[in-house]
Design a protein around this ligand. Structure first.
Ligand code: ZN
Ligand code: ZN
Length: 384
């Protein structure tokens, strides 16, 4: 009998239902995986809300091709794999076999365009083939391209990463989010210029203490940050921010912008923060972040991955303070193994188990997404 997979299908923004799909046998270079755990990303929430425009202004500009199966932060186990896939799908060279646990980089690139050849550490491909959980409709080809599903079809050219045996699913599911913290690494490259970039002991403001904000707090702490200041509207999230290494937390609902900027000035001897990173995913927080920076400070922008519109900026302030703004779409795809090894090494240093606030079954995916949009949630996961 043909094997079937149930999956949560986003038919249109705000409209989700569980459907069944046949599971294809893996073709040359491909694999089929069973999903163990799939995290809900900020992008999934944006798509659910109808904010569906991505990669605007690039060759990959796309308005999501509904219906889609979401889910790109996936912990999976290999069910079936073609011999060629078993030799080529694992990014760090491991030979894969059924039963191996893996995670994936959602972006499948062409490998031949200008960016693939010249900037091999970022999936900035001009001809992005597709992105799991996001950019391919479940009407296409092998249909199962998202993690909110029992099974997922892995196409040739996908980058899989073998999960170390000792790393539990509940930590491995955080790998992709950790990889999105390559913004401070980029900032580090700039410290060869005097006073710029990320230097040991620097003060960093993290706007937004959801999973991406917490990941940045972890990363900044390990990279030698001095004071870490986190802002959010949720006391629950700010409390977690503290537990993961933030020194100062500011609730945006109980302080004014002027008070928050003043506090940053007090904490930095009147200079301003060295760095600020936007992890809210809303354009309107950017002007405040820029005001918190010192002269020649650096603003990191990984949060607005989805087009959420514009914001008013006084460009003179960028000029008058010699600010540098670094955008980062996606993440460094060679960061997966290092991030998993880091989590293993730092298992006892951070309260990783607190990152997953809710766990839902596949049939409750819509409820899971709605829960992930509340103030009292951190990483929400689907266990199909
Ligand atoms: Zn994501
Ligand atoms: Zn390319």
């Amino acid at each position: 009998m043909e094997k079937m997979s149930r999956a949560a299908v986003l038919l249109a923004p705000g409209k989700m239902e569980t459907q069944s799909f046949p599971v294809s046998s893996p073709q040359k270079g491909a694999a089929v995986c069973r999903v163990l755990l799939a995290g809900i990303c900020g992008t999934d929430k944006h798509s659910y809300r109808g904010e569906t425009l991505q990669y605007k202004g690039t060759a990959n500009e796309i308005d999501l091709p509904f219906p889609i199966i979401q889910g790109h932060e996936n912990v999976m186990i290999i069910e079936e794999i073609d011999p060629e896939g078993s030799r080529h799908l694992e990014f760090d060279g491991a030979v894969l076999k059924p039963g191996d646990r893996v995670t994936l980089c959602p972006d499948v690139v062409c490998g031949t365009c200008y960016y693939c050849k010249n900037f091999p550490n970022y999936p900035w491909c001009e001809h992005l083939q597709f992105s799991y959980g996001n950019m391919r409709s479940c009407n296409d080809a092998h249909r199962l391209y998202g993690g909110f599903s029992e099974y997922i079809y892995i196409e040739p050219g996908t980058r899989l990463y073998k999960i170390p045996d000792e790393l539990p699913d509940e930590m491995a599911v955080f790998t992709e989010v950790m990889c999105v913290t390559w913004t401070p690494d980029k900032a580090k490259e700039f410290n060869s210029f005097s006073l710029e970039g990320f230097n040991f002991g620097d003060t960093i403001v993290v706007q937004g203490a959801g999973p991406l904000g917490i990941a940045h707090i972890i990363k900044a702490r390990m990279m030698g940050a001095g004071k870490i200041i986190a802002t959010d509207i949720s006391d629950y999230k700010l409390d977690l921010a503290r537990q993961f290494g933030a020194d100062i937390v500011l609730n945006v609902n109980r302080t004014t912008e002027a008070e928050r900027i003043e506090r940053v000035m007090q904490e930095t001897r009147g200079l301003g923060a060295d760095l600020a990173v936007e992890c809210v995913g809303r354009p309107y927080v950017v002007p405040e972040g820029l005001k918190m920076l010192r002269k020649a400070g650096m603003y990191l922008e990984p949060g607005n991955f989805v087009d959420c519109g514009e914001t008013g900026l006084n460009i003179h302030e960028i000029c008058s303070k010699n600010l540098r703004i670094i955008g980062m779409s996606n993440h460094s795809h060679n960061g997966y193994r290092p991030c998993m090894e880091m989590m293993l090494r730092e298992k006892n240093r951070f309260p990783w188990q607190k990152l997953i606030s809710h766990r839902f079954r596949l049939d409750d995916t819509e409820k899971a997404i709605q829960t992930s949009m509340t103030d009292e949630s951190m990483k929400v996961v689907i266990a199909p």
